[in-house]
Design a protein around this ligand. Structure first.
Ligand code: PHE
Length: 333
């Protein structure tokens, strides 16, 4: 019995040394301490020993049991920490994402930059406007149906959240004499139900040039420069007639579809064209409203939706994606 115990000790201590993983450790534990394990059967055998040997053998066997138990758990800890600290050099690295500006911020900056290079100066105006600046001075008469198209959020009294950036035209012309070349980015608000192309809050960029001899061809020239700088030299631009109370004549500018190059696809509703902005020659009534002499000065104005342009540029099919701040979306663009 002594000998057997000594043998077991020697055998299993050296086996334990060689264990390399959890599975091996567990099978070794079962081999020693399991229900049919070597030490378990040895302990069971004690009862058949001559009474004078029982106490000493029992003591030795239990000591071995305690030793092997503590060595097993020590080994387990060792294996665990080895696993935690081991480094697999073949694993692909985690991608490092740099922070960047929101697509709407980037597009706004890029558009302002293009117009600044063309000599336009940046101005901003208040988001809370009066009926006078948002509508009246822009030649929307009190009961004009065009007011319904821009269903507004009314505040107390004459105040409302501006439905367009056009009131900044008025504020700048009131403050400065001609010539004017201004560009104005900002938030606008309309009572629209959110869907893939509408949100009650969105951004516009307004442009205005007033001087002697400003003609419709100047408008086309400036917007053409913008379109080529922003969308690419190969992109074509066309004007179609439109209506705004504060411009006459009024036009809508479209670009050849940047998805299908004008061949016709879902994005351009198979027309080959994408509408990008509203524009026109400043209405004489608007010039009169700011005490500019419409006999001496003429001007052009344009306004574009930043969300729409961003969606076209990046092929985004739902405006709401721009406001959900889903990091998976933002990382893509
Ligand atoms: N303010 C117009 C809109 O919101 C856009 C526009 C601006 C049109 C300037 C012509 C000139 O639809």
């Amino acid at each position: 019995m002594w000998e057997k115990l000594a043998q077991l000790k020697k055998k299993y201590l050296s086996l334990l040394e060689k264990v390399e993983n959890q599975e091996e450790l567990e099978s070794l534990r079962i081999e020693i301490l399991g229900r049919k394990g070597v030490l378990t059967s040895l302990l069971k055998g004690i009862k058949d020993l001559p009474p004078e040997l029982k106490p000493e053998v029992g003591k030795q066997a239990n000591q071995f049991k305690a030793l092997i138990t503590s060595l097993l758990s020590k080994k387990q800890e060792e294996l665990k920490s080895k696993k935690e600290h081991s480094f697999d050099y073949t694993l692909p690295a985690f991608p490092i994402y740099k922070g960047k500006l929101h697509p709407l911020t980037r597009v706004t900056k890029e558009i302002l930059d293009i117009f600044q290079h063309l000599g336009f100066q940046v101005f901003t105006g208040p988001e809370i406007e009066t009926d006078h600046y948002n509508f009246q001075s822009l030649n929307f008469p009190p009961d004009h149906p065009a007011r319904d198209v821009q269903d507004s959020f009314h505040l107390k009294g004459e105040y409302l959240l501006r439905t367009q950036t056009s009131p900044v035209q008025i504020r700048v012309m009131e403050k400065y004499p001609p010539p004017i070349r201004m560009i104005s980015p900002g938030r606008c608000f309309r009572r629209d139900t959110p869907d893939a192309t509408h949100l009650p809050m969105f951004h516009q960029i307004e442009g205005l040039a007033v001087d002697k001899n400003i003609r419709f061809t100047d408008l086309k020239g400036v917007l053409g420069e913008f379109v080529h700088a922003f969308f690419g030299e190969e992109v074509k631009m066309r004007f179609t007639p439109s209506y705004f109370p504060f411009t006459e004549p009024s036009a809508e500018a479209s670009i050849s579809c940047i998805i299908c190059a004008g061949k016709g696809c879902r994005t351009c509703s198979f027309t080959g064209w994408l509408e990008i902005l509203g524009a026109g020659m400043v209405h004489p009534n608007v010039l009169k409203a700011v005490n500019y002499n419409p006999e001496r000065y003429t001007g052009f104005a344009f306004g574009m939706g930043v969300e729409r342009i961003t969606m076209l540029k990046f092929g985004i099919n739902d405006i709401r994606l721009l406001y959900e701040n889903d990091i998976r979306f933002l990382r893509q663009i």
